[in-house]
Design a protein around this ligand. Structure first.
Ligand SMILES: Cc1cc2nc3c(=O)[nH]c(=O)nc-3n(C[C@H](O)[C@H](O)[C@H](O)COP(=O)(O)OP(=O)(O)OC[C@H]3O[C@@H](n4cnc5c(N)ncnc54)[C@H](O)[C@@H]3O)c2cc1C
Length: 317
């Protein structure tokens, strides 16, 4: 119930504006979001790269209101790709289709995806298309298939084990030659499209992971669930898969202890590094994933009240 309420709040523009204006909220957000500018995102990425981790950079933003905004978002990614190349960072990019205008102008969005895919190809880096809510899944897979047909073998996408359709999508994406990031899924989805119980989501995740270990191209397992991480390690070993042939992925700021342990054990690990000013929906989804986060958030707000009095919505410069 709490999760659903938070996930619904993720799409609320008024709450987003209020949160973005609060200096206290922005301080808490820094646990999950690497900064607001391209240089801040790159600096955080560099620190993680120095610890042996690979990265995927996300310029946060979604469900834009115009194709001008979509084009501006793509321009930031083009700049990012240039800087990744110049620094020699072990980083790819993660993009959200709705940030590139998928719901406004599907062919315009496909064109932007094609431009980014070509630039990523030229920079020698991988591009993952994040998966958003279920209404976008078919079109997102279409974008990946289109990119693969156009010769951009570096383009893959995320799939969500909570969706009933995902086992079939995995076969489709694998046949297209695309790499897949497997995650549980972060949106509030109705029972007619998604499993509602975590035991069902986890069971599906494991079945999907086994499929990817047997048939996938460079599979990517995105989870902080230690039981699933352990099960994937065992399944990979059982199939004789070398640790260099698949990777784990985790979010910036989530379970840094597990992140370090995986690198020490010699597994490939990629950290998803979000940055940018439009962090509100991303941050709210992170709060929804773990009830204890709300407590942490409430404590930060309470400390703020004790230390500095009421936050009047002042925005730091
Ligand atoms: C690299 C990456 C990319 C992703 N891309 C997408 C995508 O494209 N589309 C999509 O729908 N979802 C995406 N997700 C989010 C994913 O779907 C889940 O919502 C999220 O990863 C939480 O699920 P979990 O597998 O970690 O398991 P959970 O069962 O949710 O968590 C397991 C444990 O991890 C820790 N944990 C998990 N989340 C948090 C948190 N926010 N704060 C603190 N601790 C936490 C807790 O210790 C928890 O007990 C992505 C996740 C990752 C790691």
């Amino acid at each position: 119930m709490l999760r659903w309420t938070l996930l619904r709040a993720a799409g609320n523009d008024t709450l987003a504006t209020t949160a973005r204006r609060s200096a206290t909220v922005r301080r808490v957000v820094r646990r999950y979001v690497a900064g607001e500018s391209v240089p801040e995102g790159l600096e955080a990425a560099q620190r993680l790269a120095d610890r042996g981790m690979d990265l995927t950079l996300d310029h946060v933003g979604e469900f834009v209101g115009s194709m001008e905004q979509a084009t501006a978002a793509a321009a930031v990614y083009l700049e990012l790709l240039e800087r990744i190349g110049a620094r020699g960072l072990p980083a790819g990019i993660s993009i959200k289709p709705s940030q590139l205008g998928l719901l406004l102008d599907p062919s315009g969005a496909a064109e932007l995806v094609g431009r980014l895919a070509a630039a990523a190809d030229a920079a020698g880096v991988h591009m993952t298309i994040d998966m958003e809510d279920h209404t976008t899944v078919e079109a997102t897979i279409g974008l990946v298939e289109g990119a693969q047909t156009a010769g951009h073998g570096n383009v893959g996408c995320a799939v969500q084990s909570y969706l009933h359709r995902t086992a079939a999508d995995l076969r489709r994406l694998t046949a297209a030659g695309a790499s897949v990031r497997l995650c549980k899924g972060a949106y509030a989805e109705p029972p007619f499209v998604a499993y509602q119980r975590s035991v069902e989501v986890d069971r599906a995740f494991l079945a999907d992971a086994r499929y990817l270990l047997e048939h996938g191209h460079d599979p990517r397992f995105a989870t902080h669930d230690h039981r699933l991480v352990g099960a994937i390690k065992r399944a990979a070993a059982l199939r004789g898969r070398d640790r260099s042939t698949f990777e784990f992925q985790m979010l910036y700021g989530v379970r840094p202890d597990m992140q370090r342990a995986l690198v020490t054990e010699g597994y490939r690990l990629r950290i998803y590094v979000p940055f940018g000013t439009q962090w509100y929906p991303y941050f709210t989804r992170r709060l929804a994933e773990r009830p204890a986060n709300l407590l942490f958030f409430a404590r930060a707000l309470a400390n703020r009240d004790t230390a500095t009095g009421t936050d009047h919505g002042h925005v730091d410069t």
